[in-house]
Ligand binder design. Structure first.
Ligand code: NAI
Length: 331
């Protein structure tokens, strides 16, 4: 029996996590849920942004399905999402961008597995006020942090029969930080002679992704570049409503969609749950329920192919209608 911590999140979080819970329950696996929450709504109720019960549940169950949590922009509390990744050392942010049959985009056969370093870089959020008119931000890159994410990308490539790893950097300008990340990548690549290694500057990467995304296979990069590239990749396959993700550490793994809390559509039954459902499929793989993960992916594809789609994909299905269709497709 697996117990999974479910963090509902806010904005569209409660709607999409409810969808994922219903769909996983319909698979009739030996799974129990520990439902908790964090964020502004919780703060207004309890006076705590992240109640102790959330940490206790994560540490006990070690596997988490998480909805998005709003972070105030330019003011207010720091990101709870970033804090959880740092606290539990969830260094590997895995964001696969795969074309999904049934979703029309201008590209086809996209199959890019993005590895984003998840605990360092500019996301350490260390900023210094020098004066009213000058503020500095620190970018932290460590050998340990770089080695483990680059190695994770190569190990994945080897295990899954992938041909190429592309490392994305800006070492022409950031010669020390990005330079070290790049050099570590070059060194590690020599241990994997069967996998082609290439390095590309982030600006060129953005252009190449739009012009010819099919040239990419496994991609590894630092925190901020990875965050931006994963939204770009989402745009190639149908948008943020369909791209899943996982934050993986040595002992704890948190599965969540790439998208945020989408406040403008929250509470309207409009959110596309595909991204969190695909994240849930990754969770099922992680806990060894690989057949069920595959069954879930197939059900999602067959629903989309049948034309049942939420409004972000040009359809008119509500979150609950789409969820019901996926459950029916599970058989
Ligand atoms: P967002 O991802 O929430 O929304 C961007 C656009 O995509 C909006 O047009 C939204 O309506 C659409 N969208 C996103 N998910 C969708 C879905 N499932 N179905 C249909 N349409 C969808 O990004 P935004 O607006 O920049 O951020 C909103 C908040 O979310 C911010 O507070 C941000 O910090 C937070 N955020 C949280 C994340 C997390 O908890 N892991 C990740 C990214 C952002």
């Amino acid at each position: 029996m697996h117990t999974i911590t479910l963090i509902q999140g806010d904005g569209i979080g409660p709607e999409v996590t409810a969808s994922a819970k219903q769909v996983i329950d319909a698979l009739k696996l030996d799974i129990a849920w520990d439902v908790v929450n964090a964020g502004l709504d919780v703060y207004n109720e309890t006076g705590e942004l992240v109640p102790d019960s959330v940490y206790q549940s994560i540490e006990k169950n070690k596997v988490v399905l998480k909805g998005p949590i709003t972070t105030p922009i330019g003011e207010g509390f720091r990101s709870i999402n970033v804090m959880l990744r740092k606290k539990y050392d969830l260094y590997c942010n895995l964001r696969p961008a795969l074309s999904i049959q049934g979703i029309e985009t201008r590209y086809s056969d996209i199959d890019i597995i993005l590895f984003r370093e998840n605990t360092e870089g500019l996301y350490v959020g260390v900023e210094h006020v020098i004066s009213d008119d000058e503020i500095h931000a620190e970018k932290i890159i460590t050998r340990k942090g770089s080695e483990r994410i680059i190695r994770a990308a190569f190990e994945y490539a080897e295990k899954h029969g992938r041909k190429k790893v592309t490392l994305v950097h800006k070492a022409n300008i950031l010669k020390l930080t990005d330079g070290m990340f790049l050099n570590i990548g070059k060194d590690i690549s020599t241990e994997y002679p069967n996998i082609l290694f290439e390095a590309i500057i982030i600006d060129n990467m953005c252009m190449q992704l739009v012009m010819n995304p099919n040239q990419f296979d496994v991609v590894v990069t630092m925190n901020l570049y990875g965050d931006i590239l994963s939204d770009l990749c989402a745009g190639l396959i149908g948008g943020l409503g369909v791209i899943p993700g996982a934050n993986i550490g040595e002992t704890i793994a948190v599965f969540e969609a790439v998208h945020g809390s989408a406040p403008t559509i929250a509470g309207k039954n409009l959110a596309n749950p595909t991204a969190i459902l695909l994240s849930a499929a990754m969770l099922l793989d992680h806990i060894g329920e690989v057949k069920s993960g595959e069954k879930l992916r197939n059900a999602i594809t067959s629903v989309l192919k049948s034309g049942v789609k939420t409004t972000d994909l040009g359809g008119d299905a509500t979150t609950t209608e789409f969820t019901k269709a996926v459950i029916e497709a599970l058989g």
